[in-house]
Design a protein. Structure first.
Length: 274
């Protein structure tokens, strides 16, 4: 027997389990369904019913009725020109590239961000990443999709920055995957989380210097063997993550794609420090 977590009353992410016979669990897409009274019900329908009975509260203003209300979404200020043509950082003048990219350009085809890593966007990202508010992935993923459209980004695959299996097991989910899933659906591009893995469990990047961050993630990612023999040759890849500080993580994640023959590898993130 195995157990399935299902939402119950206000516990959207599940603090209640039901037993499922192995035969049923084998044939059922467990992660997208719940069991109620012996019936298999898609999570989206269950969540809609729960939202009617127990309306969600906005992560910004705490008003009832939505995960992130239109007013709080509007407070996220997108980057406006001028910005660096390579890494997307906001610039005080109309220079083509920022000082960082003049001397130490990221090994990427380019990087774009929705906005600066400041309030309220910083709190929304923190709630998604550390507080377990997975439902924030939808409005934040939609912001990423709008950024993707605004910059005219197109790719053969959208790839979330993978977590190491130990980190994902501890957290319970990969926030970058949740964001990428929403973004990919909005812009009608394929989502691929089966191409690259994080084979080395790295230390958190928070608190490290730029050089320490680079060393920390260097060589931490690799393509699975099925994609190292030419399947990625000439392809364009769009890597998605929540925040880009120095670019070390996205750059390290891009390295195996370039090594496998990708023509271009771009980064797309919600926020960058100004």
């Amino acid at each position: 027997m195995i157990t399935l977590q299902i939402p119950a009353s206000r516990w959207v992410y599940g603090q209640k389990t039901v037993a499922i016979p192995p035969a049923l669990s084998y044939a059922t897409p467990v992660e997208n369904t719940s069991i109620y009274g012996g019936s298999i019900v898609p999570h989206e329908i269950v969540q809609q019913v729960l939202d009617i009975l127990f309306p969600p509260h906005c992560a910004g203003c705490q008003k009832s009725g939505s995960i992130l209300c239109p007013t709080c979404i509007a407070k996220v200020r997108p980057f406006a020109p001028p910005f660096c043509s390579h890494c997307g950082t906001a610039l005080p003048t109309t220079y083509a590239v920022c000082r960082q990219c003049q001397y130490h350009r990221l090994y990427l085809s380019g990087l774009r961000a929705t906005g600066s890593y400041e309030e309220p966007l910083r709190s929304y990202i923190h709630a998604l990443k550390y507080d377990g508010n997975r439902r924030l992935a939808k409005p934040l993923g939609q912001l990423l999709a709008q950024t993707c459209v605004n910059y005219g980004l197109r790719a053969d695959a959208i790839v979330p920055v993978p977590l190491h299996r130990n980190r994902q097991r501890a957290r319970g989910y990969n926030h970058a995957h949740l964001l990428a899933e929403v973004c990919a659906a909005q812009v009608s591009m394929p989502l691929r989380s089966d191409i690259v893995i994080r084979h080395r469990d790295t230390s958190p990047q928070v608190g490290l210097t730029a050089s320490q961050r680079q060393q920390n993630v260097a060589g931490a990612f690799s393509c699975i063997p099925a994609f190292t023999g030419g399947a990625l040759y000439g392809r364009t890849i769009l890597i998605v993550d929540d925040v880009c500080t120095t670019g070390a993580t996205v750059e390290a994640c891009a390295a195996p794609f370039f090594a496998a023959g990708a023509k271009a590898v771009w980064g797309l993130v919600l926020a960058r420090p100004v």
